[in-house]
Write a protein that binds this ligand. Structure first.
Ligand code: NDP
Length: 323
């Protein structure tokens, strides 16, 4: 089969398309014929060796994907060969076949396409945990969504609206803000608008925003503190700027702010939180209230281009690779 291989860490062009044997499922695993791989900012950071965990090479990237169950390892039950599943594993999805523990499978409505199913796990579970599990957002509250046309941003807008929240969306271009509006964002503001801090505070009734999903980091993190309401909750989800941020704890005291980190990988080990997110998301996706946003789609031999487009802010929705 064809698979992407990374032998040394670096920019996207370290990824190479190679021939590899079709993997056999170990006990407890299933093999999936991969239809679509969801490409995350984290995949690009992992290839660069800049992710939260150390990347061991050689390896095949790709943490979330969807496809058709093709073979079951010993001891696997309750999974049907021939059904479409999504999966959230550690790596290995950028290939024609991938194996994952059966426990890493995420049931998806069979009405979703392979690409929609691959766009679902990371962005929608992260958005749910940011808005509800950790953010404790309530209907009628304002939430600020940064990078609003991206994979996580589009998921966050859809979910926030489905949960009855009011959304302020920030993004770098008018085209991206159009996408945010189409998905239901109530107020949209250009990320580089010179008056952005005031505009955001004014939009939320002049008192600042009670809940902020912070994904850019660097100097934008300080701005998030300035945009927050008294007792505001800032959920730190990403650092797309790849710049360091300064946090002076005294500033949190002055307005009773809360800063909470969110990493999906560690939250997935929290069984009750995962079960609650899965239940809520299954209902919203099943009823069509939330539709995973498929972005640009690439073939496996265009993987370098896909990663470069994602890193250079040229994409909206979830970047998909179809092997
Ligand atoms: P996106 O599809 O959102 O793409 C990244 C977007 O970030 C860009 O399109 C761009 O939007 C914005 N951005 C802002 N500043 C920069 C910059 N300096 N360089 C590049 N992009 C920038 O990607 P994802 O949905 O995969 O991820 C979004 C963020 O959420 C990332 O920081 C990611 O690491 C994080 N994340 C964290 C998770 C966790 O478990 N903690 C899980 C999922 C995502 P614009 O042009 O509008 O500014």
């Amino acid at each position: 089969m064809r698979a992407i291989r990374v032998e040394r860490l670096g920019p996207p062009d370290v990824m190479q398309l190679q021939d590899a044997p079709v993997p056999s499922p170990a006990p407890g695993e299933v093999r999936v014929r991969v239809e679509a791989v969801g490409i995350n900012f984290a995949d690009a950071l992992a290839v660069a060796g800049e992710y939260l965990t150390r990347t061991r090479v050689p390896y095949t990237p790709g943490m979330e994907f969807a496809g058709i169950v093709d073979a079951l390892g010993e001891g696997v039950s309750g999974v049907q060969v021939g059904t479409r599943v999504a999966a959230l594993g550690g790596s290995g999805a950028m290939a024609e076949y991938a194996t994952v523990p059966a426990a890493a499978l995420i049931p998806v409505p069979q009405s979703l396409s392979g690409a929609q199913a691959a766009a679902f796990p990371v962005s929608y579970f992260t958005a749910y945990h940011g808005l509800k599990t950790l953010g404790r957002g309530e209907a009628g509250e304002w939430v600020l969504v940064q990078a609003a046309a991206g994979a996580l941003g589009t998921a966050s807008i859809q979910l926030a609206k489905a949960l009855g929240m009011n959304v302020i969306a920030l993004a770098s271009t008018d085209e991206k803000l159009d996408i945010a509006r189409t998905l239901g964002a109530d107020i949209t503001i250009l990320q580089d608008d010179p008056d952005r801090v005031k505009k955001v505070r004014d939009a939320a009734g002049g008192k600042g925003v009670p809940l902020i999903l912070e994904v850019v980091g660097g100097k934008r993190f300080q701005e998030s503190l300035d945009m927050a309401a008294s007792r505001g909750r800032i959920i730190v989800i990403g650092n797309a700027s790849r710049e360091q941020a300064n946090l002076r704890p005294v500033e949190l005291m002055k307005r009773n702010l809360t800063v909470t980190g969110l990493w999906l990988t560690s939250l997935m080990n929290d069984a009750p939180a995962t079960a609650e997110a899965a239940r809520a998301l299954a209902e919203l996706v099943g009823s069509g209230q939330v539709v995973p946003q498929v972005g640009p789609t690439y073939a496996l031999d265009q993987s370098v281009q896909a990663f470069e487009d994602l890193l250079n802010r040229r994409t909206t929705g979830k970047v998909i690779i179809e092997p």
